[in-house]
Structure formats: C-alpha cells, structure tokens
Ligand binder design. Sequence first.
Ligand code: IVH
Length: 707
Amino acid sequence: MTAPDDPDPAAAAAELASLAAEIARHNALYHAQDAPEISDADYDALVRRNAELEAAFPDLVRADSPSRLIGAAPSGHLAKVAHARPMLSLDNAFSDEEVAEFVARVRRFLSLPESEPVALTAEPKIDGLSCSLRYEEGVLVQALTRGDGQTGENVTANVATIGDIPQRIEDAPAVFEIRGEVYMDKADFAALNARLLAEAVDPEKARQFANPRNAAAGSLRQKDAAITAARPLRFLAHGWGEASAVPGDTQAAVMAAIAGWGVPVSDRLTRVDDVADALAQYRAIEAARADLPFDIDGVVYKLDRLDWQRRLGQVGRAPRWAIAHKFPAQKAQTTLRAIDIQVGRTGKLTPVARLEPVTVGGVVVTNATLHNADEIGRLNVWPGDRVILQRAGDVIPQIVENLSRDEARGAWPFPAACPECGSAAEREIGEVDIRCTGGLICPAQRVERLRHFASRHALDIEGLGITNVESFFRDGLIQSPADIFRLTKETLLARERWAEVSAGNLIDAIDAKRAPPLDRFLFALGIRHVGEITARDLARRYVSMRGLAVMIRHALAIRRRTAPAPAETDRKFEIRRQKAVVAALDTPGIGPEVAEAILDFAAEAHNRAVVFDLLRQVAPQDVVHETRASPVTGKTVVFTGRLETLSRDEAKAQADALGAKVASAVSGKTDLVVVGADAGAKRRKAEELGITVIDEAGWADIVARAH
Ligand code: IVH
C-alpha cells in the first residue's frame, strides 16, 4: 500500500469527508439513477484513495465511510426491507496465480492435506443486479434487491412480471431464499433502446441506457411494475440466502435442486476438481463469451462442499469460500484521428479522442475520453498515433496505451485558450482540470448552461433540447435562463419551421415549469459540484428559496470574516475556514468543496443578477415534507430500548414520513411508546401514565399499513 500524499490528519479528515460525499454521489448515479458519470476505473481510484487514507488514519474512519457499504444505499422510492441474511459481495482475482492463491488459502484455513481434493463449482459471472427471492411454503412472498447488502428494496411486484421467475415452486423447504442475477439479454437491450428512442416525443431527450446492466437495473427498480412488465428481464440463480433446510451437501447439488424447482440456473455451471480444471473452465467460458446472449464479466468459483463453506465463513463483506475470476478488459487497436476540446457547462475543457472506428467487445467505438491534459501527457498521444483502446463494461472507452509513443516530441500542446471564446484556459492550483476563464462570456458555457437548465433532470422543458437552445441562443432570443420564460408564441412564429401548434406546445411546456420543485431549480442553476443529490439535500434542509438566501448571506459573511490567526499556517487557516463554511451550510452530505462552490457562485454579482432575474419569472415551490396518513399522524412517539430490525435513524425517518413527532422523553404529551428489547424506565413511566405501549412488530405493522 502506498502512503497517502498528505500525512496531515486534518487534511485527511477533510479529504475523507469529500471522498465519502463524492463516492456516495457516484453510487447514487450508478445504482439509483443508472446514469454513471465516471468510468469504473475512476470510481475505483476514488475508493482506493479512500482505503489508503483510512489505512493511514484508522481513527478517521467515518460512520458513513464508503468502505462500509456495498454498492449503494437503496434509492428513495421503493420500500426498504432488511435482508434475513446479508447479501454478500465477492473478492476478485485477475490472474491464474490469484486463483491458485485462493485455493491455497482455503487449504490453509481448513488445514487440508495436499492429498485432499478441493472441488469447486465454476459458472459465468453475470453482469446484472442481484436479487433475493423469498419463497415461503413454496410461494414467492418477497423479492429484494441487494441494496447495501443489509437492506434492499422491495421489488416483489416488479419481479412478479419476470417470466423466468416462478410464483410457486414445488417440494421446496418451508422457507427458501433463492438469490441470483436479474439481467437483460444484449439483443433485448438494443431493442429496448431503439424502442425508447422511437417512442420519445423529443428524441433528443429520449431515455437511453448505457448498457444491459443499467437497463436491467432501471427496469427492475420501478415504482410502477407495469413498466417492469414491458421490459424483457431475465433471471439466473447463483445461490441462496435464508433457508429452513438446504437440499444437498454441496453447492452443485443445491443448485441442481433449485434448477429442479424450475428456476433458471446457468447451463455452464460445472464442478471442477482442481485449479487446473477451474482455469480450463474459465478459458472455455471466456471463449464462449461473445456468443452468449448476455454480458458476463468473469467466472465465479465456489467451494463445492457446504460444510467447508460454513467453516470458512466470511471476511468483511465477502465469503472466504468464493472468488470472482474477472476477464481482462476488452481491447482493440486503432488510430487517433484528432483531439477535440469540448467546453462544459462549468468551463472545464475536456479533450476527446476522435478515433478511426473500431469494434471493441461488440460495440463500434469512435470516441474516447482523454480526461485531461495530464492524461494526454501521460500517454504522450498526438493525432495520427496508433493506440490501444479498452472497454471494460464501462460507459466510456479509454485509451490505455500509445503504440507510437515518442518522448522526443514532448506533450501535445493543450490549448492555452478556450476554443470557443478565446479566453485564457487555466488550471486552478491543486486541480487537474483546465478551465475556460471566460465564465458567462463564453458562448459554449452559456449554451451548455441553458441546455442544462432545460434538461430532463433539471427543469425538464419538453421541446427545448440542444438544437433549439443553440439556435435561439445564436439568434439572441435567449441569453440567460429568464429569457426562456420571456419567449412568446409570436417570436417563435416569426421563425422558420415554427407553426401554430409547435410554437403553442413549446410556450405551454415552458409555462408549465414556472413553479418548479426547489431542488430541480437549484440543480438547474448549474452551480459547480451541485448535482441532483446535493440540490435535493439543500432543498430539504432549507425548504424555501428564502431560507436558502438567508443561509447563503450568513455563510458568505462568515467566509469573509474568517481571517488568519497570528502564526497560523496557510494550510491550517484554509482548513479552519473550510470548516466554518461547511458548518455555515449545515447540510448533511455537503463538504468543503461543494460548500465553497456554492458560495463562489453566490459571491459573483453576475450570477446573483441572473438568479434574481429568473425569480421574477419562476417561483420555486417550497419543499413539503411528505407525510403518509396513518394513526400516528400528528402524534408524539417515543422509541426506547434496543430495536432489532431498525436503526434509530430509520425508526425516526419512518415516524417523520408518517407525520409523527419523535420525542426522547416520555411525558404527558406522549401518545405512543415503542419498546425494543431491554426497555426499562421509559416503559414503566409510559405504563404509569396510561400511554399506549407497543413493540417493534406493532410499529412495523403501523408503518406497513400507512398509505
Ligand atoms: S455468488 C456470496 N455467483 O456478482 C456470493 N455472484 O461481484 C454472492 N454475480 O453480488 C454472489 N454472477 O450480484 C455469484 N454466478 C454468480 C454471479 C454473481 C453475478 C454478482 C452478484 C454479486 C456480485 C459480486
């Protein structure tokens, strides 16, 4: 393990906080919205940095550390349910040696003599999302996604629409949870994207999934199961969770029993006798990969004997008795035709590699990201070079090697000026990105911001996609977001290709967005680092535009007034100031980087003018904390004792959602006391006062019945 660059604990704490927020954001983009913004490799780099810092500063490991989570916490809209047994993850092996080492570890752990064979099962690792199907008395009663491994989302209704999954199984134990992968075939994925495009009112805004895995996740995790029903999802079992009885002594036998119940199991699942056999199976599956109807990203080996599996147990969140042998990323050779520079909404200049078209893993690739100037330097790439391209189930292909490397040429000269507006392009201290300094005089940034403002996750103005935004901007019709709301039907009709109906539709679509939800409004402003999650956190915390404005004025004053103390180093001062700023924003999930970005935006007079102008046209809606009608709405509830199925925070959140107030002490004002294990004084007091006392199951019942 390499030592972290920065040995200062305060800086490490700040970095860990921002990594936690950043990783959580990417988890949400990947798992909850199925819209990843960064490649798996970049994501892994963040996780690695987090692990590095945590290893160097064990005292600084946060309660919300990404290292404690598997995947992402479940998204907001489906009900969360605790798994009867945690859903585990897998450790990875990337080479034959690592597979041999895995088996050697198993032997050491079990003290097996060399003469004792260690049989494994080998099966494809399907690139889908894992799901746990709970059968009671042979009837499918619940289906949960993995979620964070401890708690998943209830997708029972959605799973009922998947043809591969039987509603009933014969001769199964009283309780049996079948676990496996929900996935989409490659051909079905392509057809789905084509259908979504064909059906879209505005093709520019058509929902398109990046890969079959995202399509499967997005299709399964729908509040409306009718949408899931219209999506071609499939299922393959790969294991089990809680079981009142296990039908066999080996992995292979139990999987055969599951197949016997009519639940699909991979037809490539085989039993292998040793490492050599396992590796032969790996090569066979790898050779068949391209011809399989679905995406796989490796081979999973599991110890066949279940008594050994039980003895081995797990370490962290992964079993010691299984490992995923991953396939190397798919690669191809091609020629770099040109390096184009794109200017983003925040002025970031991103170099994009234009490539001679080439097929990598079944997909024709013509562009690859080069990330930033450092990456160009690292690869020493120049237009005309032969390069090796890699696609690793990723969204964006990467150039991993330059075959024409020639250090004598030096680095390709990254433009010193913005290609769109000619303003200086500069790198901020400590940053890798180079940005256009033109701000809102840069047409590319302005168009990007306007496009972002109207885009699907922001104000979602139907019919105002990139083409219209660009042409309206070019002709001076819209310069800032407020101008959108000043467009009239007459102005549109005076333009080519606009008619009564189309002009009327666009004006109606714009008018429909004059009272946007506060979080969408904030996200639409395009403040650097303020993504959907941060916008939602801010909106929830401050409820109204007025509440936010008061907080921001206060935070700006604090930032201005924080001055260096005598003999304080720059770094210490910077950390103290950042802490003060974060405290002033006082919003869970918002760390120094985001807090500073919000204040930088607000400190800029031009931005304030844009926002005030906009607020003359639109009135963001205050956040109404949604409550569900229930017998406890408006009542005061006290939780006491140790809750078994819920954390205190979850119990509080549930009470909030039902419109109940949570108090810590029992008094005459208390309406209901929920007691967990070992409840003492509060329970007695409640009984003395004649207050209703219920147990955890009673509370769960109230929650389940609320609507
Ligand atoms: S076994 C306790 N087998 O890969 C072991 N997992 O990276 C749990 N996956 O969470 C999983 N194909 O969602 C297993 N044949 C397979 C699999 C498989 C895909 C997924 C599964 C797991 C993830 C771990």
